[in-house]
Design a protein around this ligand. Sequence first.
Ligand code: ATR
Length: 288
Amino acid sequence: MKPEPAAKTSTVPKVCVIGWPIKHSRSPLIHSYWLDQFKISGSYERAEVRPEEFADFVGNLARNGFVGANVTLPHKEAAFALCDIKTDLAARLEAVNTLWIEAGKLCGDNSDVAGFLGALDQDAPGGDVGLERAVILGAGGAARAIIAGLLLRSVKEIMLVNRTEARAEELAARFGPAVKAHGLADLPDLLGRAGLLVNTTSLGMTGQPMLDIDLETLPAQAVVNDIVYVPLETGLLHRARSRGLRVVGGLGMLLHQAVPGFEHWFGQRPKVSSELRTLIEADVMAKS
Ligand code: ATR
């Protein structure tokens, strides 16, 4: 699709995060922090857009003064379909969460992969080095990005465990022989051989049922990563930490996925500092 040229009157670059619903998004807080830090006069706002209005909204991005956008649920696949140019990763995942406009073309990337890997590198450095086997719980969109990330890091076997095994099989088939599908009944045995466990389901999130799995069989050097960040420390992470395992919380993925977008739109590569993390943690604690 051909986005309209940018409105000539706008000098301050505007960006938004598009979702439905969107009021709980922390992305404006993250990007405003970096805009202040770099003293860039730009803005980042929320855009609550219904699925049936998404294509129009994106088609008019530039006309409405936006230089790009983040895209969140439920629009990531629709954003992919609308892009003129996609990064290889976005093409592989068929989902886009970062949009920008280059020479009048709508470009898209999937920075969830960079977000997942950035958090792993920051919170459990080296946790993926020489990793033979990882268990991923869940088979939705988040699992898709995490599989791609682990394959980039050459993990030899990815065991995809899902309540609905057929869904895990469908997802595994998109990635080839390194990814194998399992039902929940296999979990205790699989954990005994895993160096990394990642929860991509919503279980353990405030208001959702807890993720009730036994971590006793996980090897002592294993890393446990939960992409849920409300609460900041889920029951899964608490139990893993109590066992002395290294843990990676979900907030890191949210913070790190924001980095590539900021760099595209505003020309500076920001850092995920402890000050930024503390700011967002305070917001999560105040509103949950
Ligand atoms: P996303 O795209 O954000 O990853 P999703 O597509 O809704 O979210 O996927 C949610 C994942 O959580 C799914 O793997 C789902 O399992 P099913 O495919 O069997 O539905 C998993 N999930 C959600 N509630 C669950 C529960 N109570 N027990 C086990 N798995 C659950």
